[in-house]
Design a protein. Structure first.
Length: 105
């Protein structure tokens, strides 16, 4: 069963921005695009750069180091030099406006 972790109020996450969290030993990036929330690993699968220091363009995060691109909805590596996808995580906003992430066991 996944473990749910409260991240904060949705109002604290502006649109077209990403934030990083250290949760349960994982560095996770939280993105808000068009009032939708997404979560992926925050570390590039190519050279371990912090993706939250990259550029968010629509649903793509661009690594600040070698410019690999990932789809934040699926975690898919879209361009070289990254060939391994990012892990993605389920997010939800509850009725009180809090953002939660579900982490696998």
């Amino acid at each position: 069963m996944p473990k749910s972790v409260k991240l904060g109020p949705a109002a604290d996450f502006p649109n077209n921005a990403c934030h990083s969290f250290n949760i349960e030993g994982r560095r996770i990036a939280i993105y808000r695009v068009a009032d939708q929330f997404f979560a992926t690993d925050a570390i590039c699968t190519h050279a371990e750069a912090d993706l939250t220091h990259g550029t968010l363009e629509g649903y793509r995060i661009i690594c600040p180091l070698h410019f690999a691109e990932f789809d934040i909805r699926t975690g898919e590596a879209l361009t070289a030099p990254a060939y391994t996808d990012l892990e993605i995580y389920a997010l939800r906003v509850d009725e009180e406006g809090w953002v939660w992430i579900d982490l696998p066991d």
